[in-house]
Design a protein around this ligand. Sequence first.
Ligand SMILES: *[C@@H]1O[C@H](CO)[C@@H](O)[C@H](O)[C@H]1NC(C)=O
Ligand SMILES: *[C@@H]1O[C@H](CO)[C@@H](O)[C@H](O)[C@H]1NC(C)=O
Ligand SMILES: *[C@@H]1O[C@H](CO)[C@@H](O)[C@H](O)[C@H]1NC(C)=O
Ligand SMILES: *[C@@H]1O[C@H](CO)[C@@H](O)[C@H](O)[C@H]1NC(C)=O
Ligand SMILES: *[C@@H]1O[C@H](CO)[C@@H](O)[C@H](O)[C@H]1NC(C)=O
Ligand SMILES: *[C@@H]1O[C@H](CO)[C@@H](O)[C@H](O)[C@H]1NC(C)=O
Ligand SMILES: *[C@@H]1O[C@H](CO)[C@@H](O)[C@H](O)[C@H]1NC(C)=O
Ligand SMILES: *[C@@H]1O[C@H](CO)[C@@H](O)[C@H](O)[C@H]1NC(C)=O
Ligand SMILES: *[C@@H]1O[C@H](CO)[C@@H](O)[C@H](O)[C@H]1NC(C)=O
Length: 441
Amino acid sequence: MHIQSIVVALVAPILASSYRFNPLEHSSGIAPYFTPHDPPLEASPPQGCNVTRAAYLVRHAAIYANDFDYETYIEPFVQKLHNTTQKWSATKSLKFLSNWTAPISDDELEKLTRVGLQEARSLGVTLNKRYAHLKKPTKLWSSTAERTVKSAQGFIEGFTNNRTKLLNLTQVAESKKAGADSLTPYKACSAYSSSYGSDQSENFMKVYTKPIIARLNAEARSFNFTEDDVTGMFELCGYETVIRGSSPFCSLDLFTPDEWLGFEYTNDLQYFYNTGYGRDLSPSLGFPWVNASVAALDEESRSQELFVSFTHRELPPTVITALGLYNNSAYTGANNVNQTMPQNRINYNRAWKTSQILPFLENIAIEKMSCQSYGYDEGSYYRLLNNAGPQPLVDCQDGPGGSCSSEQFHDFIRQRRELFGDFNKACGDKHLPASLSIYQP
Ligand SMILES: *[C@@H]1O[C@H](CO)[C@@H](O)[C@H](O)[C@H]1NC(C)=O
Ligand SMILES: *[C@@H]1O[C@H](CO)[C@@H](O)[C@H](O)[C@H]1NC(C)=O
Ligand SMILES: *[C@@H]1O[C@H](CO)[C@@H](O)[C@H](O)[C@H]1NC(C)=O
Ligand SMILES: *[C@@H]1O[C@H](CO)[C@@H](O)[C@H](O)[C@H]1NC(C)=O
Ligand SMILES: *[C@@H]1O[C@H](CO)[C@@H](O)[C@H](O)[C@H]1NC(C)=O
Ligand SMILES: *[C@@H]1O[C@H](CO)[C@@H](O)[C@H](O)[C@H]1NC(C)=O
Ligand SMILES: *[C@@H]1O[C@H](CO)[C@@H](O)[C@H](O)[C@H]1NC(C)=O
Ligand SMILES: *[C@@H]1O[C@H](CO)[C@@H](O)[C@H](O)[C@H]1NC(C)=O
Ligand SMILES: *[C@@H]1O[C@H](CO)[C@@H](O)[C@H](O)[C@H]1NC(C)=O
C-alpha cells in the first residue's frame, strides 16, 4: 500500500463522519434559528474591546405557516392526500404517508408555535447575558402583527426573567402613510411588490423538481406529483419541525442533500429579486433602519444602550443590502447582478443564502465597541453580526476582529445615505415620512 492511500484510508472516515447534512439549515424562510459559522470569526468581542451599545433587528420566531405557503402548496397537497387512492405502504420513501396527518390547521396560520415562543425567550436570555454590562433597556419595538408582538413579548420574558414590567413594548403601525417611519417600510413603498422574484424562482423550480417528480411518480403511480406538491413537501419539513419537533419530510431518504440545495436555491432566487441585490430598490428600503440605528448608537445623551426591534422576513434582507453584506459580486470589481444568480442552474459559490439571511428569529446587529487593542488606535469601532456571527463590511475592516473604525464607518454610512437615502424617490412616492424615528424619546 502507498503511504498516501494509507493516510487517506485512516483520515477519510473521520472527515466524512464529521459532516452531516442538515435540511433545516437549507430551508430558507422556514429554517429554525441557527448560527452560521461563515465566516468563522469569533462572536465574542475582539481582544481589548468592550461593546458599549448595540442595535438589533429581529424577524419574528417560528410560525405554523404563512398564508401564501399554506394556500399555494401545503393545503392543496394535504387535500390531495385525503382524496388519493395511492397505497403508500407499497412505496419505498413515502411509506410514512399512510398514517401521516397534517400539523397545521386554518385557524393556526401565521401564529407563533410553542417552539417559536421558546426560541424568542431564549434569544432574550442570551442577549441579557451578552450585554449584562450595559444599562438595561426600558423599551423595545415591534410591528403590530400578532406574530411580531408575541415574539417581542417572549423576548421580554426571557430578557427580564419574567419581570416583564421592566421592559415596555412599543408597537409600530404597519401602515402606508408611515412611509419609512415603521418596521415595515416596504408595505408603504409603491415600487415594492410582494410578487417580485416569483417568475425567477419558478423558472428554477421547474428545473430542480423535474427529476424528483419523475422519481416519486415511479414509486407512487396513482398520486401524480406536481411541482407544487414537491414544494409543499420541502416546506413541511421546516414547518412540521417547528410545530412537532421533527418531521418525516426531513428524511434524507425522501429528498437527497443535492435536492435540498435545489429547493434552497429556488428560495434564494425569490428573495434575491424581491428584497435582495436583484432589485435596485432593496437598499433604499433597509437604509432607514441602518441610519436611525447608527444615530441611536452615537447619541451619547440617550439613556438607552441596547435597541431591539421585531419585524417580518422582508426587512432584514433589505438591511443586508443597505450594508453591502452577502453580495455575490463583492470582491469581483464587477456588478453583473443577474449573472450571479442564473435561473437554470445553481451558483453553488454564491454569498446570497437566505437560510442565513431570513430564518425564523433572524437577527442582524450593529455593535459599537470601545477598544484599546494591541496594534490598533484606541477608540470606537463598529461591527455587524448576523445571527451572532460577525460579518465584516466589504470595504472597511481596519479594526480588531474585522471591525470598522469610527471615522471610516461614518464615511461608509454617509456614502450609503447619498446612494440610498431618498425613500420617496426610490419608491416613486411623494411626501411620505422618509426616515425612521421610533427611537426618539
Ligand atoms: C377531492 O375530492 C373532492 C370530492 O370528490 C373534490 O371536490 C375535490 O376537488 C378533490 N380535491 C382535490 C385536491 O383533488
Ligand atoms: C405511524 O406509524 C408509525 C409506525 O407504525 C408510528 O411510529 C408513528 O407514530 C405513526 N404516526 C402517526 C402520526 O400516527
Ligand atoms: C416565565 O413564564 C413562562 C410562561 O408564563 C414560563 O413558561 C417560564 O418558565 C417562566 N420563566 C422563568 C425563568 O420563570
Ligand atoms: C412602562 O410604561 C408604563 C406606562 O407608561 C410606565 O409607567 C413605566 O414606567 C414604563 N416602564 C419602564 C421600565 O420604563
Ligand atoms: C397530473 O397533474 C397535472 C398537473 O396538475 C395535470 O395536468 C394532469 O392532468 C394530471 N395527470 C393525471 C394522470 O391525473
Ligand atoms: C455589490 O458589489 C458590487 C461589486 O463590488 C458593487 O458594485 C455593488 O455596488 C454592491 N452592491 C451594493 C448594493 O452594495
Ligand atoms: C436583471 O434581471 C431583471 C429581472 O429579470 C431585469 O429587470 C434587469 O433588467 C436585469 N438587469 C440587467 C443588467 O440585465
Ligand atoms: C472593558 O471593560 C473592562 C471591565 O469593565 C475594563 O477593565 C476595561 O478597561 C474596558 N476596556 C475598554 C477599552 O474600555
Ligand atoms: C438619518 O439620520 C439623521 C439623524 O437622525 C436624520 O436627520 C436623517 O433624516 C436620516 N436620514 C434617513 C434617510 O433616514
